[in-house]
Design a protein around this ligand. Structure first.
Ligand code: BDR
Ligand code: CA
Length: 312
């Protein structure tokens, strides 16, 4: 059975790959894409989302959402994702337009109109749209099947020593979401960092035929160079890991833990504090991924790219 999924993105490079993987997935009925500011400003993350969907004929409504975090100022990631938020590929004219309805209003409406437990939400950006939807219509909390979040870390962060970019970008939103009661699967940085795109792997995937592989290659050439220049690491496939979770949860090991969001810390604001030892005695509020089988991840990604060629 295909799962009905709404993807909430801040389209930079790895979000774009997540969209590619979801767009022709055999396990996912992609209901809509909602967009937030994050990797770049909202106008740019929306444009990037529309460009990816248009280039790959992914026919799905795109809803622009929050243009800034709940309390913090917007802090984007131009070094890693470029001025456009998706530097690298050159897009021809975009054939589609975004929807008029606000992403948070759409999320609340859609979840309330669907049978309870039908919608899965996958987030690959700051959690602002989801927090807004919860505040707008608190009853959605009991109706979402699962919220799969790329965000946070058990150990080190990437935007500060403590915090990962998506939870750091809007800690108050992350706090609302993690304390909401929605069943959460958290795919943290500790896991996504282990799926790193080596030059050999990129060379191999660039040989896959079809438009998606072309777009992947153009995007990853920029992203890989930026990651090695600015963080001294191979490019990590953060956001696509969430789609791999939907495709095949057996790729992962997980534990149920209590996760709090640090919203006050001078050095730790935005950190996901994962109670690994159970010392807080609080009920777990998230299933936290610990490992992923990276080899099998790459096989899932390659199949996803190839599907655009075979179904062209
Ligand atoms: C996350 O930050 C963003 O730059 C990526 O798109 C990903 O969602 C990784 O920390
Ligand atoms: Ca992202």
């Amino acid at each position: 059975m295909m799962r009905s999924v709404i993807l909430d993105v801040d389209t930079g490079h790895d979000d774009a790959v997540a969209i590619m993987m979801a767009g022709r997935s055999l396990s996912i009925k992609l209901e809509a894409i909602t967009v937030t500011a994050g990797n770049q400003t909202l106008d740019k993350t929306v444009r990037n989302t529309l460009n990816v969907c248009s280039a790959l004929s992914i026919n799905v409504p795109v809803y622009p959402g929050m243009s800034r975090p709940l309390l913090k100022d917007l802090q984007t990631a131009p070094l890693i994702h470029g001025e456009s938020g998706l530097d690298g590929p050159v897009f021809t004219e975009c054939a589609i337009k975004s929807e008029k309805e606000h992403a948070a209003v759409f999320l609340a409406r859609k979840i309330m109109n669907k049978p309870s437990g039908e919608i899965t939400i996958v987030t690959t950006g700051p959690l602002t749209n989801i927090a807004m939807a919860i505040r707008l219509e608190p009853s959605i909390v009991g109706r979402v099947r699962e919220l799969v979040i790329m965000g946070g870390s058990i150990g080190q962060g990437n935007i500060t020593p403590a915090a990962e970019f998506n939870t750091y970008a809007d800690p108050e939103a992350a706090s609302i979401v993690f304390s909401s009661g929605i069943p959460i699967t958290m795919i943290p940085l500790d896991v996504t960092r282990t799926v790193s795109l080596t030059p050999d792997r990129l060379a191999h995937l660039s040989q896959v035929p079809g438009k998606a592989a072309e777009l992947f290659t153009a995007s990853m050439n920029f992203y890989s160079t930026a990651c090695s220049k600015y963080i001294g690491e191979s490019a990590a496939m953060h956001d696509p890991c969430c789609i791999a979770w939907i495709e095949d949860p057996a790729l992962f090991t997980t534990v149920k833990k209590y996760v709090a969001i640090e919203t006050l810390g001078v050095h730790t604001r935005g950190k996901t504090v994962v109670d690994m030892s159970g010392v807080s005695k609080k009920e777990p509020n998230a299933q936290v991924a610990l490992t992923i089988d990276a080899e099998r991840f790459w096989a899932v990604l390659e199949e996803a790219l190839l599907r655009y060629h075979n179904l062209a």
